[in-house]
Write a protein that binds this ligand. Structure first.
Ligand code: MIG
Length: 803
C-alpha cells in the first residue's frame, strides 16, 4: 500500500548544521531537522516542515537523561557521536547510517540503515483510504494537516530481518509484507493474513546477521511499514502526520534493544500475583448464579482458579458501569462470595456509551462536553453494543478523571480488575453509515486534535484512566487492566490479549508468533483466548491450548456466546484431567513466572521470548516461532496439530533437561520428542535454577511455601538463578533471592541470599543426583528426582551435602 502513495517525492536536503544545547540542528530549503541523544544508546531524529512542529511533543516517550552529542563534518557527511555510539548523516540528499562500534566492533559491520531518505509531498493515505470505503462528505475534513505525509526510505539488505510491530498475523520476521499501524477491530475471527489488527506498534527490532538494533517511529498518526515487499530493494516507513520523528536504538542484542526501548516508552508496573493465575471467562455468563456455578465447579473438580470475568452480559442494556438489576442484582454479594474462595472478579467496560437520557455516564458526558465530535461540531453518534452510542474524548485529563470516577460503581462492588474492549475504538456505524472494522472518521474531533492523530492512542488513554481508577479506588491493591487495542506505552497501564481468534488449530499455532511479536514490542503481559474465541472448541484442542496457555503470561480461557461451552470440564474425560494437569503446571511455575514478571518491570525483558532473544547468534534459532523460551531457563515446544504424536524441537548449544523425566539432551541439534496429551514438552537450560512451588487452588502470597528449586548444572557444575518474592499484592517491598551453587559427583553446595530480608520458609531442592546423600536424612528419591528439604530462617541459607 505504502509503495503506491509516492506521487512526487521530495527528497529532503539540508544545507547547514550547527551544534546546540539540545543536539544538532539541520537547516534546509524545505525541511528542518534536529538530532538528539535522549538517552544512552539512543538517537532521536526529528524532521519537520511547519514552524509549529519544531517543538513537537511526544504522547509516549519518557524524558530520559539527554546525552552529550558531538559532531564532526567530513565532505558532506556528519558524524555524530554520543558515548560509544555513532550516527552518520549525509546532508544532501539526507541519509542516515546507524552502525559501527556499538554493535560489537566496527569490523563486524553492525546494523546499518544506509540510504535512509526522507520524502515529502506524499498523497494522503487518509483521503484515499476513507474514500475507498465510500463514506460521505460529512467527513470531508479528513483530519490531515496540510502538507502531511512523510516517509523514511531504507535501502534493503538480504541479511536483514524485521521483528516487532506488535501483535500481528504472520510469522516472526515481518519482512516481505506491508503493515498498517492503525488500531482496528476486524470482523471476527481475524483471518491468517489480516492486517491491521487491534494493536498498533510502530516499532521494529531489526536484525542484520547476528546484530540487532531498534527503530521506533514516535508518530501516533496512521503509518505504514512496507518492508521489502515482493523482494523490493527498499523499504518505506511512512506516516500521515506532519513530522517524521524516529528513534534509533542500539543493541547489540535483542535484550539490550528492549531494555532501551522500554526505558523510552515505559515498562509495566508489578502486577498482582492473582493476575498470573488461571482465569475463566465467557461471553454469555447470563447471571450471577451461572458465575457462582462456574467458580464452584472449578473448586469441586480441583481445577485451580484465580478470576472469573464478567463480559457485557452483566450490564443493564450494555451500559458500561451498570449491573443488570435482575440478573446481577447483588454484585457486591457475588464478588464477596467469590473472594472468599480466592476468586477475583473482573468486569468489562466498553467506551461506547449508550445514548440514553437518564444514564448517568451519558448525561454527564453530554452536559460537560466530554464527547468526541464530528468535524462539523455535533457530538459523534454511532452504534455499538448498546445501540445508539457516543464516545468520550480521553485525550483530555478532565475527561479521564471523570471516567476514572465512573469506575466506582464497579470497585465499590468489589470488582478487582477492568477489561477494556472495543477500544480501537470500534464502531458498528457512524452517523448512519456502516463502519464495522473502520472505526471513526479521521476528521472526528478530540478537542484540538483530529481523530487521525489520536486514534491509535485511544486505548492507551482509556486504560490510563482505568489504571488510575483502580489505583485510587483500591488502595493497597495493585491495578489490573486488560486491553484489546494499544499503542506503545499501553504496557504501563494494561495487559494485552489478542482479540477474537477462533477455536482452530491454526489460531492455536498463530498465537505464538502473535504473542512473541507483542513481547518483542515491549508488551510483556500478553495472552490469547485459550480454547479459541469464536466457533466450537473440542477436548483435544482445549487440552493442547491449555498446555500452551500455561506458558502465556496471561492465561485465560474465553469463548463467544454462541459457541460450545469450553470450561475445563466441558468435554468430559479424559480431557478434563489433562486440562487440570495443565492448569496445575501453571501453578507450579508461579515462582518462576512471578520472577519473570519482576524482570519485565525492572528491565523490560518480556517473559515470552522467541528463541532468537536468548540465542541471537544462532541462525537456526532465528526463524523459530513454534517453540519459544519462557524466560531464560525454560524452552517450550507445544504440540500444535490434531492427533500429533511427536514433534521436532531445536535445542541450541548446551545441555538441556526434560522437565518431566529429567532426561538430558545435548543441544546444538534437532531432536524429535513424543507429544502425549498429558504433558507439554519443556526443557530446562543448563546452569539454571528454576523456581517452582506446589499447585494450590488459587494464589495467595508470593512468599512460596514451599519454594522448590530445580537445579540443572552446566558443564562446569554451576547453577545460578534468582527468585522474586513479596506479598503478591500491595506496595510492601519485595526482594530477590540470589541462588548460586555447584553440583558435581562429589556433592552439592548451594547459597541462597535475600539481602536484608529474613525468610522463614521451607526450601526443597530438586535434582537428578549422582548418588544418595551422605550423612543426612532430610531427602527422598522419587522417580529419579532427589528432593532435599531444608528450613530457612534468616536472610541466607547454606546447603552443603556430599553424595
Ligand atoms: O463485538 O463483549 O474481543 O472478547 O467477548 C464483540 C463481547 C465484543 C469482543 C471481544 C470479546 C468479547 C466480546 N467483544
Amino acid at each position: 500500500m505504502a509503495g503506491q502513495v509516492i506521487e512526487a517525492p521530495v527528497v529532503a536536503r539540508f544545507e547547514a548544521w550547527r551544534v546546540t544545547d539540545t543536539g544538532v540542528e539541520l537547516r534546509g530549503p524545505r525541511f528542518q531537522g534536529r538530532i538528539e541523544a535522549p538517552a544512552e544508546g539512543v538517537f532521536r531524529v526529528l524532521l519537520w516542515h511547519r514552524p509549529q512542529d519544531a517543538e513537537k511533543h511526544s504522547w509516549v516517550v519518557h524524558a530520559g537523561t539527554p546525552q552529550p552529542l558531538t559532531a564532526n563534518a567530513e565532505s558532506g557527511t556528519l558524524e555524530l557521536r554520543s558515548g560509544a555510539h555513532t550516527l552518520r548523516l549525509d546532508l544532501d540528499p539526507f541519509a542516515v547510517e546507524f552502525g559501527g562500534a556499538e554493535f560489537g566492533g566496527a569490523e563486524s559491520g553492525g546494523v546499518r540503515l544506509p540510504g535512509a531518505a526522507l520524502t515529502g509531498g506524499l498523497a494522503s493515505h487518509l483521503t484515499r483510504w476513507w474514500e475507498e470505503n465510500e463514506l460521505p462528505e460529512v467527513f470531508a475534513d479528513d483530519g490531515r494537516p496540510a502538507g502531511s505525509g512523510l516517509a523514511l526510505r531504507l535501502a534493503e539488505s538480504d541479511a536483514r530481518a524485521y521483528y516487532g510491530l506488535g501483535g500481528r498475523t504472520g510469522w516472526l520476521d515481518r519482512r516481505g509484507r506491508d503493515y498498517t499501524v492503525w488500531t482496528t477491530d476486524p470482523a471476527p475471527p481475524f483471518s491468517h493474513d489480516q492486517d491491521p489488527l487491534y494493536q498498533a506498534h510502530p516499532f521494529l527490532l531489526i536484525r542484520e546477521a547476528g546484530r540487532f538494533c531498534g527503530l521506533y517511529l514516535d508518530e501516533t498518526w496512521r503509518s505504514t511499514f512496507s518492508l521489502a515487499p515482493a523482494g523490493a530493494e527498499e523499504s518505506l516507513i511512512a506516516t500521515d502526520g506532519p513530522t517524521l520523528d524516529f528513534y534509533l536504538i542500539a543493541g547489540p542484542d535483542p535484550q539490550k534493544v528492549l531494555q532501551r526501548y522500554s526505558a523510552l516508552v515505559g515498562r509495566p508496573p508489578m502486577p498482582p500475583l492473582w493476575a498470573l493465575g488461571y482465569h475463566q471467562c465467557r461471553w454469555g455468563y447470563a447471571d450471577a448464579a451461572t458465575v457462582r456455578d462456574v467458580a464452584a465447579e472449578h473448586r469441586r473438580r480441583d481445577i485451580p482458579l484465580d478470576a472469573i470475568w464478567l463480559d457485557i452480559d452483566h450490564m443493564e442494556r450494555y451500559k458500561s458501569f451498570t449491573f443488570d438489576p435482575y440478573r446481577f442484582h447483588d454484585p457486591a454479594g457475588l464478588a464477596g462470595d467469590l473472594a472468599a474462595q480466592g476468586v477475583q472478579l473482573v468486569a468489562i467496560v466498553d467506551p461506547g456509551l449508550r445514548a440514553e437520557p437518564g444514564y448517568r455516564a451519558y448525561d454527564e458526558a453530554l452536559a460537560k462536553d466530554y464527547l468526541i465530535r464530528v468535524p462539523r461540531g455535533d457530538v459523534l453518534r454511532g452504534t455499538s453494543w448498546p445501540g445508539e452510542s457516543v464516545w468520550p474524548d480521553f485525550t483530555r485529563a478532565e475527561v479521564r478523571n471523570w471516567w476514572s470516577g465512573l469506575h466506582r460503581s464497579l470497585t465499590d462492588a468489589g470488582v478487582a480488575g477492568i477489561w477494556n474492549d472495543m477500544n480501537e475504538p470500534s464502531t458498528f456505524s457512524v452517523m448512519g453509515h456502516t463502519t464495522y472494522g473502520k472505526g471513526m472518521p479521521p476528521g472526528a474531533r478530540h478537542a484540538a486534535h483530529a481523530h487521525a492523530e489520536v486514534h491509535n492512542l485511544y486505548a492507551v488513554l482509556e486504560c490510563r484512566a482505568a489504571f488510575e481508577a483502580l489505583t485510587a479506588q483500591r488502595p493497597g491493591r495493585r491495578p489490573f487492566v486488560l486491553t484489546r487495542a494499544g499503542f506503545p506505552g499501553i504496557q504501563r497501564y494494561a495487559w494485552v490479549w489478542t482479540g477474537d481468534n477462533s477455536s482452530s488449530w491454526q489460531h492455536l499455532e498463530e498465537s505464538i508468533p502473535m504473542l512473541l511479536g507483542l513481547s518483542l514490542s515491549g508488551v510483556a503481559f500478553v495472552g490469547a483466548d485459550i480454547g479459541g474465541f469464536s466457533g466450537d472448541s473440542n477436548g483435544e484442542l482445549l487440552t493442547r491450548w491449555t498446555w500452551l496457555g500455561a506458558c502465556y503470561p496471561f492465561m485465560r480461557n474465553h469463548s463467544e456466546c454462541d459457541s460450545l461451552a469450553q470450561e475445563a470440564w466441558a468435554f468430559g474425560e479424559p480431557w478434563t484431567g489433562y486440562v487440570r494437569a495443565a492448569v496445575q503446571l501453571r501453578y507450579r511455575l508461579l515462582p518462576y513466572l512471578y520472577s519473570l514478571a519482576r524482570e519485565a518491570v525492572e528491565d523490560g525483558a518480556p517473559p515470552l521470548r522467541p528463541m532468537l532473544f536468548e540465542f541471537p547468534d544462532d541462525a537456526s534459532a532465528w526463524p523459530l516461532a513454534d517453540q519459544f523460551m519462557l524466560g531464560a531457563a525454560l524452552l517450550v515446544a507445544p504440540a500444535l496439530r490434531p492427533r500429533q504424536q511427536a514433534r521436532a524441537v531445536y535445542l541450541p548449544a548446551g545441555r538441556w533437561q526434560d522437565f518431566w523425566s529429567g532426561e538430558l539432551h545435548e543441544g546444538g541439534r534437532w531432536i524429535v520428542v513424543p507429544t502425549p496429551l498429558d504433558g507439554l514438552s519443556l526443557f530446562v537450560r543448563a546452569g539454571s535454577v528454576l523456581a517452582l512451588t506446589e499447585p494450590a487452588p488459587h494464589t495467595a502470597t508470593a512468599r512460596w511455601a514451599p519454594l522448590v528449586l530445580r537445579l540443572l548444572p552446566d558443564a562446569a557444575g554451576r547453577v545460578s538463578g534468582r527468585v522474586w518474592e513479596d506479598a503478591g499484592d500491595g506496595d510492601a517491598p519485595g526482594a530477590w533471592t540470589q541462588v548460586q551453587g555447584q553440583v558435581d559427583a562429589a556433592g552439592l553446595r548451594l547459597r541462597l541470599e535475600t539481602p536484608a530480608l529474613s525468610m522463614a520458609r521451607e526450601v526443597v531442592l530438586e535434582l537428578r543426583a549422582p548418588g544418595p546423600v551422605r550423612g543426612a536424612d532430610d531427602w527422598t528419591v522419587d522417580a529419579g528426582w532427589l528432593r532435599l528439604r531444608r528450613q530457612q530462617d534468616t536472610d541466607r541459607l547454606a546447603i552443603d551435602v556430599a553424595f
